[in-house]
Ligand binder design. Structure first.
Ligand code: F6P
Length: 323
């Protein structure tokens, strides 16, 4: 029998499409198991300020299709201090909250690890970030929607690039990782994909852009974490030895918004529900992810301490397909 009677749920860090779908699954699964649910607004900041709201099955109606997060989110600097975490823990205990479900990414799970180490508050994490850079899960909630948004945008850019015979340097999100860039670049048929995991080969880019047999418009996809200044920086460097008309497009936060794809909604439902059930079974500090289509619980610390590797077969494939 689980000792847990009341859980807190929150979203934290960068929002991702599908966070609401996960929240809906968490609240309804908890209520199904007769567990009370408190929503914590504005991430860890809300925990520190007791920004709590009661939640029930109807408070998550009509949100499955909405991007963003109805609980709001934040990156909390106060929670990164020991005092901030002590305040948060005291507020949770005053509310009678015995466990947490956290929807977020690296920073969120780092915070949850500290909260457990210092105050023994059990948390199960649900991976919600468009970056797909969490160890312990093949995908993260929001990734599928974000890459589809980016590909749709690049398909449009191709039309105008082709009309003017221009090179477009398109920057996609992914501060420390190239998952988005790699999938988006392959899907959009990019001539070159620059990711932070691999050193950029300027000579290869020059050749791609200048080989005579090529059509004269080209798309180069760059993860924002590359070089010192992402696409702008690469375009400037290349312009020194490639004299072609070019433009730079930074897709930016458009990739974070919008209605989640069906795939992200189903994924969020499975992981949200799985996280609550894990908490009720006594799991203390893990993330509920999916590997090879099975629910897998990974120690929370591993999710941010270990690095999820880029699929090298995809890197090779991108090269073969862009000859
Ligand atoms: O972590 C998700 C993410 O969208 C990254 O890809 C990006 O670097 C970052 O968040 C941007 O964060 P902010 O919205 O705080 O500028």
């Amino acid at each position: 029998m689980s000792k847990i009677k009341k859980i807190g749920v929150f979203t934290s860090g960068g929002d991702a499409p599908g966070m609401n779908a996960a929240l809906r699954a968490i609240v309804r699964t908890a209520v199904y198991h007769n567990i009370e649910v408190v929503g914590i607004q504005h991430g860890y900041n809300g925990m520190i300020k007791s920004d709590f709201i009661p939640m029930g099955p109807r408070s998550v109606s009509n949100i499955i299709q909405r991007g963003g997060t109805i609980l709001k989110t934040a990156r909390s600097s106060e929670f990164m201090t020991r005092e901030g975490r002590a305040k948060a823990a005291a507020n949770l205990s005053a509310q009678g909250i015995d466990g947490l479900v956290a929807i977020g990414g690296n920073g969120t799970f780092q915070g949850a690890t500290l909260l457990y180490d210092e105050h023994m508050i059990p948390t199960v994490g649900v991976p919600g970030t468009i970056d797909n850079d969490l160890y312990g899960t093949d995908f993260t909630i929001g990734y599928d929607t974000a890459i589809n948004t980016a590909v749709e945008a690049i398909d449009k850019i191709r039309d105008t690039a082709d009309a003017h015979d221009r090179v477009f340097y398109v920057e996609v999100m992914g501060r420390d990782s190239g998952f988005i860039a790699l999938d988006v670049g392959i899907s959009a048929g990019a001539e070159y994909i620059a990711i932070p995991e691999l050193e950029a080969n300027f000579e290869a880019i020059r050749q791609k852009l200048t080989t005579g047999s090529r059509q004269r418009s080209s798309i180069i996809v760059i993860a924002e974490g590359c070089f010192n200044g992402g696409a702008m920086d690469l375009a400037r460097r290349m312009s020194e030895f490639v004299h072609l008309h070019y433009r730079v497009t930074v897709l930016g936060h458009i990739q974070r918004g919008g209605s989640p794809s069906a795939r992200d909604r189903v994924f969020a439902a499975k992981l949200g529900s799985g996280a609550v059930e894990a908490l009720l079974k006594g799991e203390l500090n893990v993330m509920a992810g999916e590997i090879n289509n099975s629910l897998v619980l990974t120690p929370m610390r591993d999710t941010w301490e270990k690095r999820k590797e880029i699929d090298s077969r995809l890197v090779d494939l991108a090269q073969i397909l862009s000859i």
